[in-house]
Design a protein around this ligand. Sequence first.
Ligand code: ADP
Ligand code: MG
Length: 366
Amino acid sequence: MSGGSLRLRGLTRVHGAGTPPALDGFDLDVPSGACVGILGPSGSGKSTVLRLTAGLDEPTSGSVLLDGVDLAGVAPERRGMAMVFQRPLLFPHMTVRDNVAFADRVRGVPRRQARGRADEYLHLVQLGGFGDRPVRALSGGQEQRVALARALAAEPRVLLLDEAFSALDAGLREEMHELLADLRMRLDPTILLVTHDHAEADALADTVAVLDDGRLLQTGPMRELYARPASLSVSRLLGGRTEVTGVVRDGRHESALGSLELPSSAPSGPAVLVVRHEAVAVLPAGDGDVDGTVVRVRRRGLRSLVTVEVAGPAGAASVDAELDPRQDVPTGRTVGLRLPVEDRWVVPVDGRAGEPAQPVPSPSEA
Ligand code: ADP
Ligand code: MG
């Protein structure tokens, strides 16, 4: 089954007069065989996108196109979409096999044939021997595999995943990520998934659309969003920690960190320098672009995350850096920070500049 191509155009959903739109003019392309992610905090409109796509809710305006055909007025069961939710929603009185065979049975496929197909899909999700078991006897991770098998057995043109792995613990979630990668190689489905977890979006999606308050903030491959966020909101939603307010003048950012050359021309005026903690190197004092004092150290597996305070003539700034696995730096030490030119990025000052960034837990802390 090679998946269909999905296009969302200007999708808008307003729930009541006088209330802000749950989704506002949302555009997205999901090419055939691609896995596109929508990343946003709780309440940002992610499920709304999936509900409108699946036909479970109607847009106030805008359209959903599947292989170029506008789906307005097409009932959910006729859209060729299958959805997996955070909870598996299996039929508790049926066996695992009959849960997966259900859609085929409803379509009138003879029982034997439907069960045979169910077994194939159970095999694909690595539950080959589980067909006869009652779903009650499954663990949470196994239940979610059955839900995935049931969705795939419907041979959808588009597979919709609504935080499908969010309720699983970290180890199971990673197994599901590997399973999904494996299924993509075997079946080439078109997938639109939503998640609030940037690490999950990074692990699964080719392209990610960042959503906040019903608005699309930026779309691109995750690497590009990390390196070149369009705004402070995007930087923060992707776990960005360092924000240094200053001014761009003649292609340099001037702040408490001093005057730093920028890799590309940025418009002059107030701007916030953002640098990923993964890109900042911690060196002996005097060896970097600027010196500062380590004020906080947090362990993260083999690496540590340090916060370095820099006090310059133009005020103070705080920069987060990830240490190399063999590097150890105590609180209180003066160190040099190198911010590689190509990793410096400035975003416009918005309403949020100046407020502290919400601490974003890393996957290992979550
Ligand atoms: P997410 O999935 O990103 O958490 P949702 O798409 O579920 O967000 O919701 C987006 C916004 O729309 C939220 O503010 C939510 O309260 C609102 N909303 C969702 N469904 C309804 C509804 N049936 N009636 C009124 N408001 C709704
Ligand atoms: Mg949701």
